[in-house]
Design a protein. Structure first.
Length: 97
């Protein structure tokens, strides 16, 4: 199971980037992967790393398609291969549940 955190940030003239984040998030949801929006990034879960890379590319392109001329996409990947771990398993582990 692969869990990843992604942040797609356009460099724009204004302060708010919510419409761009919305487009990137929609692109991620449309992949069918498990996706969780947080205040600072989006977390997703997939069976393969290829699915994560494909989703990241779709999110990045969604922002580019809106006309952003510069985009910074940050991707952090946890590719756990010894056992199947889901996003909520990691949270429960930290909370001691």
């Amino acid at each position: 199971m692969v869990i990843a955190e992604i942040s797609v940030t356009p460099i724009t003239d204004g302060v708010s980037v919510s419409k761009y984040v919305r487009a990137a998030y929609k692109a991620l949801v449309e992949t069918g992967l498990k996706v969780e929006l947080t205040p600072m990034a989006t977390v997703m879960e997939a069976d393969t790393i290829e699915d994560i890379f494909d989703a990241a590319l779709r999110a990045h392109r969604a922002v580019a398609d809106m006309g952003a001329r510069r985009i910074i996409t940050t991707l952090k990947i946890d590719d756990r291969r010894d056992k199947k771990v889901h996003m909520e398993d990691k949270v429960r582990s930290v909370l001691g549940q």
